[in-house]
Design a protein around this ligand. Sequence first.
Ligand SMILES: *Cc1c(COP(=O)(O)O)cnc(C)c1O
Length: 354
Amino acid sequence: MEIKVTLSQNLKQKPQDESKLGFGKIFTDHMFLMDYYEGEGWMNPRVEPYAPLSMPPAATVLHYGQAIFEGMKCYRREDGGLQLFRPEQNMARMTRSAQRMGMPALNEEAALEGLKKLLEIEKDWVPHSEGTSLYIRPFMIAMDEMLGVHAAHHYLFMIILSPVGAYYAEGLKPVSIYVEDSYVRAVRGGVGFTKCAGNYGASILAGEVAAKRGYSQVLWLDGVEQKYVEEVGAMNIMFAYGNKIVTPMLNGSILPGITRDSIITVARQLGYEVSEERVAIEDIFADIKSGKLTEAFGTGTAAVISPVGHLCWKDEVVTLNNNEIGPVAQQLYDTLTGIQWGKLEDKNNWITKL
Ligand SMILES: *Cc1c(COP(=O)(O)O)cnc(C)c1O
């Protein structure tokens, strides 16, 4: 595959203070693009200077939300080398999202090749400090100029990059979570398993309401009975009962996290028993109160592990592990981040070195 490269003539200054990076606010000098035309397939892979897009006001994506994305990271090892964590899983998931949204399957190989080319050009943008990384945002949008509600003929796949700070500058800090019992995130037969843009737009109001009450994320219940635990914010959720870890089973409305899958594997390798099952919120509260349930934590690419300190459901607030990081969350965090930043052996063949 021939990737056409147009380099920027106007390079930006890289951030000097890596402790102030935050998340998703700074973008690198270049981006990757590739077009899809019905009947012709994916074509015209190219790297161009990062710049605003030009599109017709009638572009399908702006009206009917045919937009999907992925989130992954490029990590810098202590020896200065760069690596990716299970990138083929992100591309495969993007194809699954695309199919549900009536969009074309991604050319996953071309997308990975494009990503590697872009990272080769932008390698100096990968930050150096402990816990920092270069966040990778692949996305696909429908570009047809038409107002009919049907699948488009022209799609655009792109990758943009953003250096991000350490999620935990001062060690893993538990968060307070509000159990959302009126709004729902996803329903049976819907698009909950996809990273389609609308899922996140639809979640913003609940997040704002929870934030006003002093909670940093919402815990979503199932969209049918609002009895069963699904996810926390844009993370999957796990519960520890001593040496046993329980997590909601994938049911079509839960996003199949790559971190979730990796934590399940690593936990089993460390000797934990892991069970994927239907988890009732009522049982979770009873088990926290009886002391059987010892820890809860979210899993996702951004934070890796996010321990839950307080949980509020229908005005009742319970505290987990004295609102401190517990041993299970800490061990799983240390193990997975150790693999991702190249400090621990990669027994599962998850790492792609660049
Ligand atoms: C992206 C995402 C996750 C986590 O997926 P990872 O692959 O682990 O980053 C979990 N839930 C939702 C709703 C998400 O969008």
